[in-house]
Design a protein around this ligand. Structure first.
Ligand SMILES: Nc1ncnc2c1ncn2[C@@H]1O[C@H](COP(=O)(O)OP(=O)(O)OP(=O)(O)O)[C@@H](O)[C@H]1O
Length: 323
């Protein structure tokens, strides 16, 4: 459906380099990565707002690379909503519909939680409501591909969660693919079929979200999902050792590195490593504790009280990234 081949755009030392990816019809790909890693630049290249130095963009076999933005069959939801000041919410939708039908436009506005506000102009809407008009407009255009750049950033957490599921369902029903830039790992895990992690203008890992979360191939990919502890360790013979306890690790056989693990990857075990609980606090349906381990402090999913001593062991081999 969408095929990007070796896309490059350099701004001196920054930019996007040799990015290739494929996305099937109806799939959502989340683009994750630190600020400045090239996510928005990649979206702008696909949209045609930037011209690549090299590479190709193919949609359903058609080469879009030198087509004008308005001829690509895409819709784009920017962080600033790019609404017309003189048009009502409803008129925004009717303007882009191939066959403008009021009932259909009203139904779409209702699905994004805007029923009753169809007659309002942008200055009469809140930031979050404007963002939803922009989303509804993008969907009303029935694009072949939807480009989303942090589309839910102005929404409160409840609305954000509702809307991202609603939009994912709408995209799936219509068979529309989406490239979705987000900083929110929960969002990527909730709606994306695939994630691509960017670092320094390149895609450093790509795959199903649960797989990238569980098996990040680099520090950047591990960081992109949050819930991460990084402790400096010395690896000997594929193990980290302390006080008679040895944990097998992956990624490094010998030398200094960062032991990387999620909050839920250490569990209580009688033969585990001794840890002292420093603080305990609530998470989403879970208790988290900050504990002191041999190599430093870490957050783990654990029911314990401050001051308590616990023994912890990993569920499986943990990853070590070179230092
Ligand atoms: N028009 C431009 N001219 C010069 N440099 C640019 C231009 N656009 C982007 N850059 C640089 O390219 C790099 C990638 O920027 P981009 O906006 O794509 O990052 P991003 O991953 O979307 O970041 P954020 O998450 O902060 O939005 C950055 O270093 C940025 O400063």
């Amino acid at each position: 459906m969408l095929r990007i081949e070796g896309l490059t755009k350099s701004f001196g030392k920054a930019g996007v380099y040799q990015v290739s990816l494929e996305l099937e019809r109806g799939q959502i790909m989340a683009l994750l990565g630190a600020s400045g890693s090239g996510k928005t630049t990649l979206l702008n290249l696909v949209a045609g707002l930037l011209t690549p130095d090299s590479g190709r963009i193919l949609l359903e076999g058609e080469d879009l690379t030198s087509l004008a933005p308005e001829r690509r069959g895409l819709a784009y939801v920017f962080q600033d909503h790019a609404l017309w000041p003189h048009l009502t919410a409803l008129e925004h939708l009717l303007l882009v519909m191939k066959e403008p039908r009021k009932e259909e436009a009203l139904a779409l506005l209702e699905r994004v939680g805007l029923s009753g506000l169809e007659g309002r102009r942008p200055h009469q809407l809140s930031g979050g409501q404007k963002q939803r008009v922009a989303l509804a407009r993008a969907l009303a255009a029935k694009p072949r591909l939807l480009l989303l750049d942090e589309p839910y950033s102005a929404l409160d957490p409840v609305l954000r969660e509702e809307l991202r599921l609603e939009v994912a369902a709408l995209l799936q029903a219509e068979g529309v693919s989406a490239l979705h830039v987000t900083h929110d790992p929960d969002e990527a895990l909730a709606v994306a079929d695939r994630v691509a992690v960017m670092e320094g203008g390149r895609i450093v890992q790509e795959g199903p979200p649960a797989e990238v979360y569980a098996r990040p191939s680099s520090l950047a990919a591990a960081r992109a999902f949050g819930r991460l502890n990084l402790l400096p360790v010395e690896v000997c013979g594929g193990q980290v050792r302390w006080d008679g306890v040895a944990w097998p690790v992956e990624g490094l056989r010998e030398g200094q590195g960062f032991l990387a693990f999620r909050y839920e990857e250490l569990v209580p075990s009688p033969a585990g490593l001794l840890a002292r609980v420093q603080a305990s606090y609530g998470g989403r349906g879970e208790r988290l504790c900050r504990v002191r381990l041999a190599w430093g402090e870490a957050v783990v999913k654990l029911e314990a009280r401050p001051g308590q001593e616990v023994r912890l062991a990993p569920l499986g081999p943990l990853r070590v990234f070179p230092r």
